[in-house]
Write a protein of this length. Sequence first.
Lengths: 114, 114
Amino acid sequence: AQKVTQAQTEISVVEKEDVTLDCVYETRDTTYYLFWYKQPPSGELVFLIRRNSFDEQNEISGRYSWNFQKSTSSFNFTITASQVVDSAVYFCALTMDSSYKLIFGSGTRLLVRP
Amino acid sequence: DTAVSQTPKYLVTQMGNDKSIKCEQNLGHDTMYWYKQDSKKFLKIMFSYNNKELIINETVPNRFSPKSPDKAHLNLHINSLELGDSAVYFCASSQGLAETYEQYFGPGTRLTVT
């Protein structure tokens, strides 16, 4: 069975702190894809990143970085120097090869306080 | 221009009523989806259509019936609404398989059944 676990329900940090959001996934497939989406208070879902199972290179995009480790089935997301605008619910998601379906984790609510 | 639009944004109705939510995408995508987000923010896929053909139907009560009149539209009709149907419903679209193509989400429709 495929599953995504985001154990952190809610995280609160003060602006400029670094914060890491954890994502652990389960799948028996050897080919799979991992995603992160952001849901700000306005409610829309915003795509952040897609990573396939054969590419374990870490990715950095501005203040955002992602650490993919197959050995621990984790795809963690770090925000450096957090800002109030980063406050949102962040979802990790998984899909398998030749699939149309995204399987979402339960989300982590991040609150960045000024 | 809005890429994926949904109407209405809010829908309040009584138990037992029948209602529809409309979704349109102007991205030229082949695949469209309906997701349900419950009160705990958990996101789960309901349906997916590819080129107007139903390809995913995730154990959804048959009171829910999607209809795709063309590739740009995927509407969701709900019969005999129940309290448990209260949720935010998201429409999404992608160029194709979830693995390869980012899913673009609509703004969501908040359905409240009283």
